[in-house]
Design a protein around this ligand. Structure first.
Ligand code: PRP
Ligand code: MN
Ligand code: MG
Length: 181
């Protein structure tokens, strides 16, 4: 359908709310990484929108690189199997790395990714995620920067997809069950 808003039961976070929170996170990141070169690592594809807005809101120089990992496929449940589909182009030795993600859901992707990047000799590896679902956690992920904690519903928009759709919504909303049942 052309009207993707109609596939949502509820808008959880408006475009404006998201932008205000991203600006707040950026002020924290600027303070915490003052005087240190910073490498932002975005996790394709969900993190594209957060990376675009967060990196442009930062009032400092950064490098940006991307990894593609997949744990979901086309379903709504995490399989727990993490695969590298595209690796970084950057050598992480002695680098300060900030992983940029759309969501910590079960936490399986980010706990695996943090371990993986830390093992490459980075000076530090921290996590910035726009969303976190505390009730869905299967492993504990220590994310230093979290935008919003949200209830355990299947959410889409602002990078988050269902079967590759809805990523281009500017808001984050709960996907209506009629779409996937
Ligand atoms: C989603 C989301 C996170 C991950 C979170 O990515 O973007 O990367 O799942 O889930 P977890 O905490 O349970 O591991 P997905 O695998 O759907 O790929 P995508 O970013 O390309 O949509
Ligand atoms: Mn993802
Ligand atoms: Mg996905």
């Amino acid at each position: 359908p052309a009207d993707i808003q109609g596939d949502l039961t509820e808008v959880l976070l408006s475009e404006a709310e998201i932008q205000v929170r991203i600006a707040e996170l950026c002020r924290e990141i600027e303070r915490d990484y003052q005087g240190r070169p910073l490498l932002l690592v975005g996790v394709l594809k969900g993190a594209v929108m957060v990376m675009a807005d967060l990196s442009r809101e930062l009032r400092r120089d950064v490098e940006i690189d991307w990894m593609a990992v997949s744990s979901y496929g086309a379903g709504t449940e995490s399989s727990g199997v993490v695969r590298i589909l595209k690796d970084l182009d950057t050598d992480l030795t002695d680098r300060h790395v900030l992983i940029v993600e759309d969501i910590v859901d079960s936490g399986l992707t980010l706990s695996w990714l943090r371990e993986n990047l830390s093992s490459r000799g980075a000076a530090s590896v921290e996590i910035c995620a726009l969303l976190r679902k505390p009730e869905a956690a299967k492993v504990d992920v220590d994310a230093r920067y979290v935008g919003f904690e949200i209830p355990n519903h299947f959410v889409v928009g602002y990078g988050l997809d269902y079967a590759e759709r809805y990523r281009n919504l500017r808001a984050v909303g709960i996907l209506s069950p009629h779409v996937y049942s």
